[in-house]
Design a protein around this ligand. Sequence first.
Ligand SMILES: C[S@@+](CC[C@H](N)C(=O)[O-])C[C@H]1O[C@@H](n2cnc3c(N)ncnc32)[C@H](O)[C@@H]1O
Length: 269
Amino acid sequence: MSRADLNKRPDEVAAMFDDVAAKYDLTNDILSAGNAPLWRVATVRAVDPQPGEKVLDIAAGTGTSSAAFAKKGADVTALDLSAGMIRVGRERHPEITFVEGDAEHLPFDDDTFDAVSISFGLRNVNDPQQALVEMLRVLKPGGRVVICEFSTPPLALLRFGYGTYLKRVLPGVAKLSSSNPAAYRYLAESIDAWPEQQVLSQWLRGVGFTMVAYRNLTAGIVALHRGRKPVAGTVRASVARRAKARRDHQVTGEQPRVQPGTDAADHDG
Ligand SMILES: C[S@@+](CC[C@H](N)C(=O)[O-])C[C@H]1O[C@@H](n2cnc3c(N)ncnc32)[C@H](O)[C@@H]1O
């Protein structure tokens, strides 16, 4: 299945999450076999929120991911498309500012946040690359982006077992523990259609993030991606490197060693 086949409009995605809001966190913990809290700890470590820093949590849902940032003393804004998820979130976490909005059109000024994070949300966004452009825009220069998302286990045997779990086990468990089993069928299909780690890294570089890297969690069932908004000096250095690579290419006829959209300092981990 491709992402185009999923073809969900933002209002349909919001309505689906409105429906599951009350039981969302419980169902999540069951379906992740208790791994969800570990993935959240790894995400908070990667964001590394400092007291007083402005952190934006996109697709924050009921605010479980946002609360972990607020605990570290950060000034957290939680944005989500679903009014139902936000309603549950406001009741549970009055200390957090919730904003209803779309990841593709963030209602914030340029250069506002020290860090932007999105956990298990980018996969649901219609145009994820447009959401990455928006994340880059609202980050301050030097600001950090962290994306926690289901991904592709590199080991073939695990990939097969996980595929079977998604198609056969997950829909059955969701039937028992969720008010909207169709939402969990969509979960399985959207994970299946989501690109693997290297592609998401390329998307991040493509929109202009530097220092792009990722780390697999639970053998690659989840991947934690990170990057930085370039500061002006980094942009200048990167542009100069690309210009030099182009000049070398013209003189020698060899392929440029630095590809457009990449930065020599970037690495995948
Ligand atoms: C699987 S939940 C993740 C919630 C939370 N981040 C967590 O880790 O528990 C995905 C959330 O993405 C939100 N969402 C989907 N598309 C969105 C969009 N375009 N903009 C903002 N939020 C969106 C949904 O409403 C839902 O609350």
